[in-house]
Design a binder for this molecule. Sequence first.
Ligand SMILES: Cc1cc2nc3c(=O)[nH]c(=O)nc-3n(C[C@H](O)[C@H](O)[C@H](O)COP(=O)(O)OP(=O)(O)OC[C@H]3O[C@@H](n4cnc5c(N)ncnc54)[C@H](O)[C@@H]3O)c2cc1C
Length: 265
Amino acid sequence: MAAVTQYLCTVKFHRMITPTVFELGFDSEPIPSADPAKPSPTEPFHFEAGQYISVIVPGAGPNGRDLRRAYSIASEPEKRPVELCIKVVDGGPGSNYLNRLRAGDTFRGYAPYGDFTYVTPTNRGVCFIATGTGIAPFRSMMLSKEFQLNLPMSALCLLGIRDEEELLYEAEISNREFGAMGGNRFQSKWVPCVSQPKGAWPGFKGRVTDYLRSLGDGYPWRETEYYLCGAGQMIDEVKALLAERGVEKESIHREIYFKQPKPVA
Ligand SMILES: Cc1cc2nc3c(=O)[nH]c(=O)nc-3n(C[C@H](O)[C@H](O)[C@H](O)COP(=O)(O)OP(=O)(O)OC[C@H]3O[C@@H](n4cnc5c(N)ncnc54)[C@H](O)[C@@H]3O)c2cc1C
């Protein structure tokens, strides 16, 4: 994996893709290391699908110190500008800092980080399970050359969202596009799981765990690799459900974005 380096990132675009989620596209150039013993790369950063950037949020910490926030890269490794997909969190310093940036603005970050990368052998299925912007690393994985050249036996992609307005990347990861990637051999399904639809949502109503339970015994539980990303609570619940189905721990890969605070007793 490439060494972690500090980059100066120049915003190429900012666009809202749901009422609360925006995409940020950026180019990057390495900031030379002050330590002559540590040679700096000279190129924009390279990453593997599933990795993330640790963004510096200037002066937002205690006593005006900088903060760091992690963001998974949502675009495939071959594509420039690099894209992030970020939920605006009420009062959150990191997401609101990035949400204020526009084309031409710059920010700094360290990259690439993380080992949540795609390793499924081609003789097994894969199941991607995300809540909200947890879809970002899966978009990068599914669109990557690595994935398309080494397609799994089958693929199921579940996205948990509260209502249909929060649907992400529907056009790219819809049944037709996603299923078309591997021709006849590749069986795939994309299922947005909407827990509280505002209107007459025609798709699955409920949470990702409800959908997984609905699969029953017919699903190849033990022949599948599971990638989970997003809210810690979802990840805990899915892990428990998979354990009930006899899925080995080694087949469960996860990236936790945040843990919900425990309710005060
Ligand atoms: C490896 C990694 C990758 C990540 N990638 C992404 C990403 O691609 N896109 C993204 O939006 N976030 C991502 N996050 C979360 C991100 O790092 C921040 O935690 C988030 O943006 C909130 O930071 P903040 O400073 O705005 O708010 P904070 O004040 O730090 O957070 C306030 C609260 O917001 C909630 N929260 C945090 N993240 C989310 C979220 N994504 N959706 C809903 N509620 C949330 C939590 O309850 C948190 O305690 C990632 C986290 C990790 C660890």
